[in-house]
Ligand binder design. Structure first.
Ligand SMILES: Cn1cc(C(=O)NCCCNC(=O)c2ccc(F)cc2)ccc1=O
Length: 117
């Protein structure tokens, strides 16, 4: 039991900054395309083109459910949002531009976190 507690304490310490970054992403002006899963009724081709849909509400739920076993798993899901966005949207479209801006914002926050010790 002691070992498990040590692991879970470490995990909470690891994932707490992820929760903070997620909150910053959610309240970013350009977050609107990413707050909820893409509406596949509004965009019928989305399911065919994007094999691993991801959005900020799904990541929030996964954090709350202790789904992530490491910071890296959280980071991979966030990057999935922006990779999907580049696949489905033109760079100069409103959603495409929001995706590039949000990716830049995330990667800067992610670097801060990984270089702060
Ligand atoms: C990631 N992605 C998103 C869209 C997209 O058009 N997404 C929703 C637009 C309409 N949704 C809103 O405007 C909104 C949603 C939530 C909210 F709290 C406030 C506003 C299209 C292609 C794509 O790849």
């Amino acid at each position: 039991a002691a070992k498990k507690d040590k692991v879970s304490k470490k995990l909470i310490k690891e994932l707490a900054p992820c929760k903070a970054i997620l909150e910053d992403l959610e309240c970013h002006d350009d977050a609107w395309p990413f707050l909820l899963p893409v509406n596949t009724k509004q965009f019928p081709t989305y399911k065919k083109i994007i094999k691993c849909p991801m959005d900020l509400s799904t990541i929030k739920k996964r954090l709350q459910d202790m789904y992530y076993k490491s910071r890296e798993e959280f980071c991979t899901d966030v990057r999935q949002i922006f990779n999907n966005c580049e696949t489905f949207n033109e760079d100069d479209s409103p959603v495409g531009k929001a995706g590039h801006c949000m990716r830049q914002f995330f990667e800067a926050r992610w670097n801060d976190l990984c270089t702060s010790h």
